[in-house]
Design a protein around this ligand. Sequence first.
Ligand code: TRP
Length: 437
Amino acid sequence: MAREVFNSKMGAIAAAAGSAVGLGNIWRFPYVLGENGGGAFLFVYILFTFLIAVPILLSELAIGRRAGKPVLGAFKALAPGTKWHLIGYSGVFCAFLILSFYAIVSGWTLLYAYRAVVGELAAISPDEMTTLYNHTSSDPVVSIIWMFAFIGLTAFVVMRGVQDGIEKYSKILMPMLLLLIVLLCIRALTLPGALDGLAFLLKPDFSKLTFTGIFEALGQAFFSLSIGMGTMTTYGSYISRKQNLVSGGFSIAGLDFMIAFLAAVIIFPCAFSFGISPGQGPGLVFVTLPNIFNQIFMGRAVSIVFFVLLSVAALTSTISLLEVVVSFLVSERGFRRKPASLLVAGLIGLLGCLCAFSSTIFSLFDNISANILLPGGALFIVLFIPHVLGKEAFRSELEACGTRQRVFGVFYFVIKYIVPVAVGGVLIYQIVNWLIG
Ligand code: TRP
């Protein structure tokens, strides 16, 4: 993000929340939870979000604000002459991978908004809804067309550097999305059989939780909060020193968790009520939600609004991802913003085509980025705090707003010992598992 494009009035904290809240909450979280057996996964996810991911989020924000520079520059400024800035390169690579499959799903969201407008989703049975999704996801041409539409939209915004305008809209649209989600929760919970879905979500059955499930909960927590690749470091550099980073970080995580949780409160009752398998994978949101629209007053209008709002939520996230790559080319490689945006958008479109043609590649990119690259990046970011930035500098960042952090000692202990051991342990286990499996 070139520094001049992002002095949004609503504040960088809210912009960071816009990056965090997206398809990760409404599409990815429910499907990964469904694949991993429900309640026990939720329990571990909450633990990881608040104990592991929030400290990393605060580390990223603090590093960015301390340096006053986007990710690559931040590490170069704080640790000159070292290799720490390689975190930035891994972030750029990771942004490419995430965008390639994320743009496909974003394209489907747009397509479903269109289908809602023309009435294609109205009055079709749950089985037909599943068939419709299967047709969509196995038709690369359709996926590619809508993906390019979405990438075009993202590139258009990033190219013009008008994030300000987008943030202004999302300030109104995000609360609307939240409100709509709450209303849908109420309807979902009154469906016949809804309680089975709720039990699936809330009753932890730890016998269903595998090590892979634990590992995916960690990856999902990172993915959902946009941490581990420098997006939040970049955002941190825009936050004023008057802002309280700690309360800001917790608000972002709280909001992000609430939206993911409420999405699940809609989706699982709906799945159980309509006889859809909760573990069916990436199509889950697309085959469950439209059914509920057919059961409510003014359902068609509601479905249009829902998919449009979801597309906007996805857009604020894709903007933050594309910006990572574009700002790298602009500030490190001397590109101009417009050609850089078009070039990167084009390359991502090509990678996206691979994901459209092969669900194996789609899942591979999804897995590698969330479960390997983000935890890997996060591990180095969190090691940076005690080993380079130092305890006092970190404390002074967190307390810059004038509020003393009374539990700083505990918090620092968590960052120095608990987080690296947990993330490192999970990561090593998974890599070994891959190599031998
Ligand atoms: N967090 C976003 C979501 O939940 C996706 C996202 C945006 C992201 N920027 C990111 C994920 C950076 C990882 C890293 O939809």
